[in-house]
Design a protein around this ligand. Structure first.
Ligand SMILES: Cc1cc2nc3c(=O)[nH]c(=O)nc-3n(C[C@H](O)[C@H](O)[C@H](O)COP(=O)(O)OP(=O)(O)OC[C@H]3O[C@@H](n4cnc5c(N)ncnc54)[C@H](O)[C@@H]3O)c2cc1C
Length: 475
C-alpha cells in the first residue's frame, strides 16, 4: 500500500484528494491523508445564506473559458447547479474624478477593439484616444525580458490606460498593482499577441472573430458559478472523500525527507508517506521546506501574497431601484479610496438575492490592506459605507452586513515569476516525492487551482510508483 499526504484543504488540496480518490476507489493500492489546519475544508471558498441572500465570502464565480472547475463540478454531480453570469446586463463602471463612467462597448479586458465607442467615451482623454488609434499600427515585437503589465500597457496606450483600466482590473482579480505584476505570468496572451501582431487591438479582434467562427451554439457566459454558492463545490468533493482521510484542525508543523519518502508531523503525531503534496500558500510551503532545501524555501518565500477583505451589505427594494444598472464598479488607486471594487450581486447573479433585496459586495485589498485587517468590523464598515455614499450616493442603513478577512490569500506574480517557477521546477527534481499545488504558481483563479491540485496528485502518484512515469516534477 502506498501513502500520500496532502497538506492544505483549500480547493487545490481538495482537487488533489479527489484525483487520488478516483484512483483509490478503482482499486489502486493507495491511502492518503489530507491535513488542514482550520476546522473546516475549502480554504477561501465560503458561502453563507443571510436573510435569503447568498453571500460569497471569497470567490463568487470563475472564468468559464478555463474548463477545470466546471469539469470538477460535473464529476462531483453538480452539473445541474452550474449557472452563468447575467451577461446581457453586464456593464461595469470606473470611478473617474469621483464619477462613475461606464466601460465602453468593445473593450476586451483593457484592449479596445471597437474604435467608435472608445473614441466617444468620457473614460479616456483625447491623448489616450489618439494613442488607441496609433496602437492599431504597432509592429510585431518579441520582448526579450519579462516586464510589468503597467509597462506593456503604457507602451501601447499610455499611462492613463494603466491608471484607469489595467490597474483597477487587475486589482479586482489579484488585489495587486499593474506596476508589480508580470505580463508573462498574468497576461501571457498579451505577450503572445504582441509578438504575433504588434497591435493588441488587432490581435484581440482577430481572436474574437476566430472564436465566433468556431463557436457552436449561443455564446458562453463570461463567469460560471454554482446556484447555491461556491461552497457547494467544497461540500460535493468532501462528500466523495472517506472521512478517515480528512484531518481537519491539523496544522502540519514539520516535513522531513527520509531515505524513502517523507515524514509529516502534525500535532504530536508524525507519519510516514511515499509522497507529499503541499497545497498551501507558497509562504507556508517555504516554512515547511526550509530544513530540507533552503534554496527552494527562499524561492517559495519570494512569491508575495496580499490580503483582502470582502464587505457584504444587504439593502431593501428602494435601494435596489436606485442603484445604477450593471455588475458594479472599479476604483482606480488615484481616486484615493480604500475600496478597490464593488459588485452589484443581485444583477450579476440575480437569484442570489430575492427580488426585493439589493446585495452589494465591496472589496478592499492590495499591498496596503494589512492595516485594514487589524481594524474592528465597525471601522471597516464605516469606511465602506462612507465611500458608497460618496460614489453612488448610498446612505441608507443596510439590513445586514458581513465582513470576511483573508490574510495573505492572494498570490502576486511579480516580474520574473515564470523564471522563478523554472528554478523551483529544477529544485523539485532533486526532491523526489514532493509536489506543489495552489494559487502561488500558475494561476490564481479557482479553475487553475483545481488543475494544479489534480496535476500535483498525478505527480504524487508517479513518485509513489503508481502513476504514469512520463509525469515530471513541475509546479
Ligand atoms: C476574497 C477573494 C476573492 C476571490 N475571488 C475569486 C473569483 O471570483 N474567482 C476566482 O476564480 N478566484 C477568486 N479568488 C482566488 C481563488 O479563490 C483562490 O486563489 C483559490 O481558492 C485558492 O485555493 P487554494 O486551495 O490554493 O488556497 P487556500 O484556499 O488559501 O487554501 C490553502 C489551505 O491551506 C491550509 N494550510 C496552510 N498551511 C497549512 C499547514 N501548515 N497545515 C495544514 N494546512 C495548512 C490553509 O488553512 C488553507 O485552508 C478569490 C480569492 C479571494 C481571497
Amino acid at each position: 500500500m502506498k501513502r500520500i499526504a496532502i497538506v492544505g484543504g483549500g480547493i487545490s488540496g481538495l482537487s488533489a484528494a479527489f484525483t487520488l480518490e478516483k484512483q483509490r476507489s478503482q482499486g489502486m493500492p493507495l491511502e492518503y491523508a489530507l491535513f488542514e489546519s482550520s476546522p473546516r475544508l475549502g480554504g477561501v471558498l465560503v458561502t453563507e445564506l443571510v436573510e435569503g441572500c447568498l453571500i460569497e465570502a471569497g470567490p463568487d464565480s470563475f472564468l468559464t473559458e478555463k474548463p477545470w472547475a466546471i469539469e470538477l463540478c460535473r464529476q462531483v454531480g453538480l452539473s445541474h447547479q452550474l449557472i452563468g453570469s447575467n451577461d446581457p446586463d453586464r456593464k461595469t463602471y470606473i470611478l473617474v474624478k469621483g464619477r462613475l463612467v461606464a466601460i465602453p462597448d468593445g473593450l476586451m479586458f483593457m484592449v479596445p477593439t471597437k474604435i467608435l465607442p472608445a473614441i466617444l467615451s468620457p473614460l479616456f482623454s483625447s491623448r489616450t484616444k489618439l494613442r488607441m488609434a496609433q496602437e492599431w499600427f504597432h509592429p510585431p515585437r518579441k520582448a526579450e525580458h519579462d516586464e510589468s503589465v503597467a509597462e506593456m500597457v503604457e507602451r501601447h496606450y499610455g499611462a492613463e490606460m494603466v491608471d484607469r483600466l489595467a490597474d483597477p482590473l487587475l486589482s479586482g482579480v489579484y488585489g495587486g498593482e499593474a506596476g508589480h505584476l508580470s505580463v508573462r505570468a498574468v497576461l501571457p496572451r498579451f505577450a503572445e499577441m504582441e509578438a504575433n501582431y504588434g497591435s493588441l487591438g488587432r490581435a484581440m479582434l482577430a481572436a474574437h472573430k476566430r472564436t465566433l467562427k468556431s463557436a457552436n451554439g449561443p455564446a458562453k457566459p463570461l463567469f460560471t458559478s454554482l446556484k447555491d454558492g461556491m461552497q457547494q463545490m467544497v461540500d460535493a468533493v468532501v462528500a466523495r472523500l472517506p472521512d478517515s482521510s480528512l484531518k481537519t484542525s491539523s496544522v502540519v508543523q514539520g516535513l522531513q525527507r527520509q531515505d524513502r519518502g517523507w515524514l509529516v508531523s502534525a500535532g504530536y503525531a508524525s507519519d510516514q508517506f511515499d509522497a507529499v503534496i503541499l497545497a498551501t500558500p507558497a509562504q507556508a510551503a517555504a516554512r515547511l521546506l526550509y530544513p530540507t532545501s533552503e534554496q527552494l524555501a527562499s524561492e517559495l518565500a519570494a512569491i508575495q501574497y496580499t490580503s483582502s477583505i470582502t464587505v457584504n451589505l444587504g439593502y431593501n427594494q428602494k435601494v435596489r431601484a436606485s442603484l445604477p444598472p450593471g455588475f458594479g464598479f472599479l476604483v482606480p488607486r488615484n481616486e484615493g479610496k480604500r475600496m478597490l471594487a464593488a459588485t452589484f450581486v443581485h444583477n450579476k447573479f440575480p437569484h442570489r438575492a430575492p427580488p426585493d433585496r439589493a446585495l452589494l459586495r465591496c472589496f478592499i485589498g492590495g499591498t496596503n490592506c494589512d492595516r485594514e485587517l487589524q481594524l474592528p468590523d465597525e471601522a471597516i464598515l464605516q469606511t465602506v459605507r462612507e465611500e458608497l455614499r460618496q460614489i453612488i450616493g448610498l446612505s441608507a442603513e443596510p439590513l445586514f452586513t458581513r465582513i470576511y478577512r483573508w490574510k495573505g490569500a492572494m498570490a502576486q506574480y511579480g516580474v520574473g515569476h515564470l523564471e522563478r517557477l523554472q528554478r523551483i521546477d529544477d529544485l523539485l527534481t532533486q526532491l523526489p516525492g514532493l509536489a506543489l499545488a495552489g494559487n502561488g504558481y500558475r494561476g490564481i483563479g479557482v479553475p487553475d487551482c483545481v488543475r494544479s491540485g489534480s496535476e500535483a496528485a498525478n505527480r504524487g502518484l508517479t513518485a509513489a510508483g503508481l502513476g504514469d512515469s512520463k509525469v515530471t516534477a513541475s509546479v
